[in-house]
Design a protein around this ligand. Structure first.
Ligand SMILES: Cc1ncc(COP(=O)(O)O)c(C=O)c1O
Length: 399
């Protein structure tokens, strides 16, 4: 008998795929949907009400991220933001070289392939065994004709955080526009956009307990005029993203960010906030998992997303197991996890990220990821090692 409730598993350890929206977010979306249903471009009462709420949400978003309101473009999510940032910028230039890291999300890889078909040369910035960008390659990577660089900030599959400021400064020194995919990092603490050497930054609301279908692209003012819109029509979002704005979703994202800001200020007062509590929970779980034979932690264990545990799963005799099979067994036991990037979860392919980290080829389908959030309680976490052990036995017994 499966214990899991299909809409809300008992132990949800898949925050990197998505997160349950917070109660304040749901409340706000309902409220705004009711009062601000007008089209923000209309010049009558309902339209003006929607436009005001849209701009208020933009102000909240900007102030949470230490950005100007004109730096904030609303999109449908990180995938669209990445497309707008990279395709939009590249198409305003002569084709040259695009550099992306070897551990990007499939959305960035797909855009790089599109640009390659449009005449761009694509260079892949190699990583080491922990998934860290090889900084010693900086001069060769950023040498002419490099015209655009994109590096993921917090890697979703293995949790490694890249030295994004160092890379951003190196790009800035050479006058090369720099984009980062901050989708996993933003849920772990607000950014100070004003102080970052980054020109374009993409993120999605649903990774930070906001709604799905809304995301943002932060853009430095000097880059706005060099982005070509991908969808044209109305002049919304400074003419860079046509289409009637989803005011309620934007308000939901702004509320999710506000909630994070509130937690950060509670942290200042109590020296403990939910993100740090999640990290404590993560550390305790990781320690408890050490008792299970056949598990190998992957990614950088120091510079790492604070809610993230990634591992390779094998038998006690060191035989690799299928991460997807373990995830299926865990789901039967009421625990939601992932075998890698959610976007690749439907495909039984080798992990490109593990491959880039030069993991032995037999283990490329053995990735398992637990990503935590503030909805978890300690009692649930106590059960996780036992459930994982059971899932591993179940998979190993049919190999
Ligand atoms: C690092 C990273 N980038 C981009 C995305 C794409 O986000 P979305 O599906 O919300 O567009 C994801 C989602 O899994 C992600 O983890």
């Amino acid at each position: 008998m499966v214990r899991v409730n299909s809409s809300r598993p008992e132990i949800y350890l898949d925050a990197c795929a998505t997160t349950p929206p917070g109660p304040a977010v749901i409340q706000r979306i309902m409220e705004v949907q009711q009062i601000a249903w007008g089209n923000p471009s209309s010049i009558h009462g309902p339209g003006i009400c929607a436009a005001e709420l849209l701009e208020r949400s933009r102000q909240t978003t900007a102030s949470c991220l230490m950005a100007n309101t004109t730096d904030v473009l609303f999109t449908s999510g990180a995938t669209e933001s990445i497309h707008l940032a990279l395709l939009g910028t590249a198409r305003s230039m002569q084709p040259g070289r695009l550099v992306i890291s070897a551990v990007e999300h499939p959305a960035v890889v797909a855009v790089a392939q599109m640009l390659n078909r449009e005449g761009w040369e694509v260079f892949t910035w190699p990583v080491d065994a922990l998934g860290r960008i090889k900084l010693e390659a900086v001069d060769s990577m950023l040498a002419p004709p490099t015209r655009l660089v994109s590096v993921i900030w917090g890697q979703s599959e293995v949790g490694t955080i890249q030295p994004i400021k160092t890379i951003g400064r190196a790009c800035r020194d050479r006058g090369i526009p720099f984009h980062t995919d901050a989708t996993q990092v933003l849920s772990q603490g607000l950014l100070d956009w004003a102080s970052l050497p980054i020109d374009l930054l993409s993120a999605s609301a649903h990774k930070l307990q906001g709604p799905k279908g809304i995301g943002l692209l932060l853009v430095r003012p000097e880059f706005l005029s060099s982005i070509q819109p991908l969808q044209c029509g109305g002049g919304q979002e400074q003419g860079l993203r046509a289409g009637t704005e989803p005011v309620a979703l934007v308000a939901g994202m702004a509320t999710a960010l506000e909630q994070m800001k509130k937690l950060a200020s509670d942290f200042d007062q109590s020296k403990q906030n939910q993100v740090s509590m999640v990290k404590v929970m993560r550390d305790a779980l990781q320690k408890n998992l050490l008792t299970i034979p056949g598990l190998y932690f992957t990614g950088d264990q120091t510079n790492r997303l604070p809610h993230h545990i990634s591992m390779l799963v094998g038998t006690a005799q060191n035989q690799p197991l299928s991460g997807r099979a373990v995830v299926r067994e865990l789901a039967k036991l009421g625990l939601a996890a992932s075998s890698g990037s959610a976007c690749m979860a439907g495909q039984s392919k080798n992990s490109m990220v593990l491959e880039a980290m030069q993991v032995n080829s037999e283990w490329l389908q053995s990735g398992l990821r637990f990503s935590l959030g503030p909805w978890l309680i300690d009692e649930q976490m106590q059960d996780v090692p036992d459930l994982l052990q059971k899932a591993i036995y179940a998979v190993a017994s049919v190999v």
